[in-house]
Design a protein around this ligand. Structure first.
Ligand SMILES: Nc1ncnc2c1ncn2[C@@H]1O[C@H](COP(=O)(O)OP(=O)(O)OP(=O)(O)O)[C@@H](O)[C@H]1O
Length: 647
């Protein structure tokens, strides 16, 4: 959010260029835009009082939306019989969400020391005429003595108003090398340019609007197109934050490499440069520090016409986001300020020649796009509007595509140098300007995002999160099931080991139970009878033995039943891929079962022996009914039998 800070209007000091006192532009007519009285010219022509007063007032508001301007100049717009190229400069901004009009085009003439007569003349009504080419009318013609403040008042300030209404706006400076584009956009240490004046105005209006329950955020980005590559001027590897204030205008040629950026075109966001750094700024000073840093990274070099020529197209973008503190609604709009590289004839130096080729190619592409748009705007045939606009021919036209397609209010300032040796370039610039003036546009205001929209958005996002969580849960579940399945199917060894382990556990329990004393009562009646007849110690011993044997028998049969049951289960559930390992398991189980059966058989044999012994004991009982000494002998016999059994 913005801190309210005082603006720096005092930065825009009047610039006293060396030519001013005895200015001689070589242009042979009156000047439409001037701050002071008319400068004597080679062929002086008087300036109408209305013209003079209009242009001498720096506080005059927007020429674009002013109704007085509409009435003063728009009634006869159209191609006139006197050969005047008729350019409709009236942009209608009603209460609707659309802004309709043509590209706003201004011409700025660079001061010249030359006294040589040239074919250009400036007339009333914002016209410039050429001896052979005729007259051209634009939105503004800035006299060589005009300063940046005047240029800003005419073309910059109205755009700031539109920016605050939610419209995007773009200003680009176009013209041959050395004609004054950077001078106009960036100014000099002594005279603020359009960029600084616009930023100051933005922060001044923020302070005004902040009293109306609105809060603002400002972000700045800065890119250059050099040799058909896009670089982020605020993201350089040898990044050094600027130390001085605004003054570091093109202070040195940077050798560093900035982050190269790409253009993307998608249905949601349209054409945009991806990955461009956006820096937050809370004051004019903040913005200008970032721009100053970008300027240090921007590529400059010497050309025949300019000792410090910009070798790249540079675009500063200032994005303003306004939040209504009561309704919570939010809207964003962007002001882009472009200083294009200058067109030029072939330079001597190889590097300059190469850069010049790229610059000229991209400017040619821009000219073609403007020409096609202009033809599309003036042509009556409805099919013409569908003609192909070659935005893809250069990075510059690609970047300007959204603006030229109706996303921004477009303003261009074409700088010209009326020197005779710059004649062909100046003619080209005027041609470009007059085509641009023909391009009509319908610009849509950026939509405000309301609280209602935001609530809807939040709800939507919540719903999406819920759905995604559900999906994650489902995926986790199916993953765990498939893991389980894969363990079962893919790893039969593990499965068979588990079964083996279970079997061993059972076996262990079985052995433990066998070790435990089984107190179950003996139910064999004969045996009970015998035991009752025997002396207590011998009877108890025999009884215990029999109990042990019976318990063993029960355990064995239970175990064998368990094994049989498991065998049946295995047979029912074995999957083909497990079969081989199961076979091994079964073999093992069968082996164990056989061993158990052998053990059981042994137990049975022992039981039979026991029964035999008991039979003998029965016989002893009968003997016991005989005389005592015989009876004692029989008891000893029975003890002997029991001992045998025990062994
Ligand atoms: N309106 C003007 N008043 C005074 N001096 C000017 C004006 N326009 C340009 N100049 C001077 O002319 C020289 C070249 O201007 P500038 O660098 O702005 O040209 P340019 O169009 O940006 O050139 P390039 O395309 O090569 O970068 C500078 O020294 C600048 O101060």
């Amino acid at each position: 959010m913005i801190h309210k800070s005082p603006t720096r209007r005092n930065m825009s000091r009047p610039y006293n260029h060396p030519q001013s006192p005895a200015l001689s532009s070589g242009i042979s007519l009156s000047f439409g835009k001037r701050k002071n009285s008319v400068t004597p010219l080679a062929t002086p022509v008087s300036v109408s009082s209305s013209q003079r007063s209009r242009h001498s007032s720096p506080s005059r508001s927007s020429a674009i939306s002013s109704p007085t301007r509409t009435s003063s100049g728009s009634s006869s717009r159209g191609k006139s019989s006197d050969g005047l190229v008729n350019l409709d400069s009236v942009l209608q901004a009603g209460n609707t969400q659309h802004y309709r009009g043509t590209i706003s085009v201004s011409i700025r003439i660079k001061p010249s020391e030359s006294n040589a007569k040239n074919p250009w003349s400036i007339g009333d009504d914002d016209t410039i005429a050429h001896n052979d080419l005729g007259k051209f009318r634009f939105d503004n013609i800035f006299h060589p003595s005009s300063n940046n403040d005047q240029v800003y008042e005419e073309i910059g300030k109205p755009l700031i108003d539109k920016l605050f209404q939610g419209y995007n706006a773009i200003v680009f400076a176009y013209g041959m090398t050395g004609s004054g584009k950077t001078y106009t956009m960036s100014g000099t240490p002594d005279e603020a340019g359009l960029i600084l004046l616009s930023v100051e105005q933005i922060f001044a209006q923020i302070i005004e609007a902040s009293r109306e329950n609105q809060s603002f955020a400002v972000k700045v980005s800065y890119l250059e197109i050099y040799n058909e590559k896009i670089y982020d001027l605020l993201n350089y590897q040898d990044f050094k934050p600027p130390t001085s204030n605004y003054g570091s205008f093109n202070s040195k040629v940077s050798q560093a490499t900035g982050a190269e950026l790409q253009i993307r075109d998608d249905s949601k966001h349209g054409v945009r440069v991806v990955g461009l750094t956006e820096q937050e700024a809370n004051s004019t000073e903040d913005v200008m520090k970032w721009i100053s840093m970008g300027n240090r990274n921007r590529r400059t070099g010497e050309t025949d016409y300019n000792t410090r020529s910009s070798r790249s197209h540079a675009i500063v973008s200032i994005t303003l986001t306004c939040t209504n503190l009561i309704s919570g609604s939010e809207s964003s709009s962007t002001l882009s300020l472009c200083d294009l590289a200058g067109s030029e004839r072939a330079a001597g130096q190889h590097e300059r020649r190469k850069e010049g080729a790229f610059i000229n190619k991209s400017l040619l592409a821009l000219g073609t796009v403007i020409s096609k748009l202009s033809a599309g705007s003036t042509h009556t045939s409805s099919n013409f509007g569908n003609s192909h606009i070659p935005y893809r021919d250069s990075k510059l036209t690609r970047i300007l595509q959204p603006a030229l397609s109706g996303e921004s209010i477009v303003t261009t300032i074409c700088t010209i140098d009326t020197r005779l040796d710059a004649m062909s370039e100046t003619v080209n610039t005027i041609r470009f300007a007059s085509r641009a003036k023909n391009v009509s546009m319908t610009v849509k205001r950026n939509e405000t995002e309301t609280n209602h929209d935001r609530e809807g958005l939040v709800n939507n996002l919540k719903r999406q999160i819920d759905e995604q969580q559900e999906l994650i849960w489902e995926l986790k579940r199916s993953q765990s099931v498939s893991n389980h399945e894969s363990i079962k199917v893919v790893n039969p060894t593990l499965q068979s080991l588990r079964h083996e382990n279970d079997a061993l556990k059972d076996k262990l329990q079985h052995c433990e139970r066998l070790l435990d004393k089984d107190d179950a009562a003996v139910h064999d009646e004969q045996f009970v009878e015998i035991v009752e007849m025997l002396p207590t110690a011998i009877g108890a011993m025999l009884e215990s033995k029999i109990q042990g044997l019976e318990s063993q028998l029960r355990e064995h049969s239970r175990y064998s039943a368990q094994l049989e049951q498991r065998l049946q289960l295995f047979e029912g559930h074995i999957v083909p891929c497990e079969k081989s390992s199961r076979d091994e398991d079964l073999q093992q189980l069968l082996k164990e079962q056989e061993e158990e059966i052998i053990e059981l058989r042994k137990g049975l044999t022992r039981k039979n022996k026991m029964l035999d012994a008991l039979q003998s004991a029965k016989r002893l009982r009968e003997g016991a009914l005989r005389p005592l000494n015989n009876r004692e002998n029989r008891v000893f016999e029975a003890v002997g039998i029991a001992k045998t059994l025990e062994n």
